[in-house]
Write a protein that binds this ligand. Structure first.
Ligand code: ADP
Length: 184
């Protein structure tokens, strides 16, 4: 537990999760793409892109560090939270703050919609090139800070590879949490 929130780390596919929402590592045009974005649109079907199109028509997309909500379509998850992480540009272009903001905006949007459980992928560490260990440390700190103020029922990280899983587990351990005790 992190405050009142259950935190779970697992290696797997985010499109299969039964949390109320899953988070997509989207691009700012909400245009779909490869990686986790492509996987979510494929698994959830066209209803997700139809709502992304509406959001794009209304507000032009989603700025880096912010988040928008759509249906989950055919996914088990009722909603998809699309957030836009920063593209890595060497580390001195506000990347850490923008990544923290992507996580916190996603959680804030979840709370605003009464969503109680959320699954995250490793935002920005694929095509966007953010170094894994640094991203994990930033992500964990941002989410921990948020949850200690505003709890949800469950936050889950769904890491595609063993290496990603180990990085996020280590980042929690470095914050003083223990697997099997505070994080599952
Ligand atoms: P970004 O553009 O934000 O870097 P990517 O989708 O390229 O996003 O990568 C983010 C992470 O998501 C990578 O670690 C990638 O391996 C992972 N990933 C890709 N597909 C899935 C999936 N189905 N479930 C969970 N993680 C995934």
């Amino acid at each position: 537990m992190v405050g009142q929130t259950r935190v779970v780390l697992l290696q797997g596919d985010i499109t299969e999760q039964d949390t109320q929402a899953i988070v997509n590592a989207a691009n700012s045009r909400l245009a779909g793409g490869g990686g986790v974005d492509g996987a979510i649109h494929r698994a959830g079907g066209p209803a997700i892109m139809a709502q992304c199109d509406e959001i794009r028509a209304r507000q032009g997309g989603c700025p880096t560090g912010q988040a928008v909500l759509t249906t989950g379509g055919r996914l088990k998850a009722q909603y998809v939270i699309h957030t836009v992480g920063p593209i890595w540009r060497g580390g001195d272009h506000n990347e850490d703050q923008l990544l923290a903001s992507a996580y916190q905006s996603s959680l804030r949007l979840a709370l605003q919609h009464g969503i109680k459980s959320v699954a995250f992928p490793s935002i920005s560490t694929g095509a966007y090139g953010f170094p894994l260990e640094r991203a994990a440390a930033v992500a964990v700190r941002a989410v921990e800070g948020f949850l200690l103020e505003q709890p949800l029922q469950e936050v889950r990280w769904v890491l595609f590879s063993q290496r990603d899983f180990q990085a996020y587990l280590r980042a929690w351990q470095e914050r003083g949490y223990q697997q099997g005790k505070n994080v599952e």
